[in-house]
Design a protein around this ligand. Sequence first.
Ligand SMILES: NC(=O)c1ccc[n+]([C@@H]2O[C@H](COP(=O)([O-])OP(=O)(O)OC[C@H]3O[C@@H](n4cnc5c(N)ncnc54)[C@H](O)[C@@H]3O)[C@@H](O)[C@H]2O)c1
Ligand SMILES: [Mg+2]
Length: 283
Amino acid sequence: MSLRHELERLLSKFGQDSQILEDSVLIGCSEEQEAWFALDLGLNSSSSINASLQKAEIETALQGSFIKLTKALFELNVKDASLLSTAQALLRWHDAHQFCSRSGQPTKKNVSGSKRVCPSNNIIYYPQVAPVVITLVSDGTRCLLVRQSSFPKGMYSALAGFCDIGESLEETVRREIAEEVGLEVDRLHYSASQHWPFPNSTLMIACHATVKPGQTELQVNLRELEAAAWFSRDEVATVLRRNNPSNQQQSGAVPFWLPPKLAIAHQLIKEWVEKPTCSPLPA
Ligand SMILES: NC(=O)c1ccc[n+]([C@@H]2O[C@H](COP(=O)([O-])OP(=O)(O)OC[C@H]3O[C@@H](n4cnc5c(N)ncnc54)[C@H](O)[C@@H]3O)[C@@H](O)[C@H]2O)c1
Ligand SMILES: [Mg+2]
């Protein structure tokens, strides 16, 4: 039986029209050049006709279980997590762009899901990605970690912020750091980037920055952050080694934890601990 027939059989088992397959989007392909598609079954949408698909029934039939996206992303390997993140972001974009903002008419998805078109005026809509900078600030010997009240308890991360229209990445980094902790950036360099599906599709652009010598006093913007503090290389290295909040609760020795491996913030912090990119600055 072909995969399509198998999918149609399963959908019909759950009382679902196989037409729903037309809503699937291309998210990548295997090394054997098999195309991979993602499909939203609408299980979380109470207004959707698909809501009748019962999670428990599907779990039994497919011998799997539904778990929260945030949890899944951190339990999968990098390749699968990236597919899941693309699928979630793309499906959510399609869901939110059902209508043309100029004509108000329904838009139509192309086969792969790379765009939507308004048939009445041919305006093409492409999936959007918002650039976000995430910066690990260092004074040469310590790094700056911050907490937002929305973070899981005890987790600290690097400082992040959305690019405003008209800004370069460098300008965003300098503005965000000044706005959130009152520091002036001295040197700045790019490290890596990552697609991130929260809150919508973002491209996280990770950088290392140093502050001007002797200018390390923090003015924490409490409207944006719950806390910000300098941490020594040893402190951060210790937390990275046993970076699991439950381990730390048991030992009681470490007061904070860091984002999990998959998050680019983790890679940025690890990079700083392992290979100082900037030599210590004079006090
Ligand atoms: N992958 C990682 O390692 C990692 C680590 C930290 C943060 N992040 C992500 O970075 C993102 C940005 O960080 P932040 O919250 O500190 O940003 P931020 O400091 O710019 O503050 C967020 C606020 O910016 C405004 N904003 C401006 N443009 C926006 C847009 N296009 N979409 C949504 N809000 C917009 C909103 O008012 C929002 O409340 C977060 O959403 C978070 O998911 C990822
Ligand atoms: Mg921020």
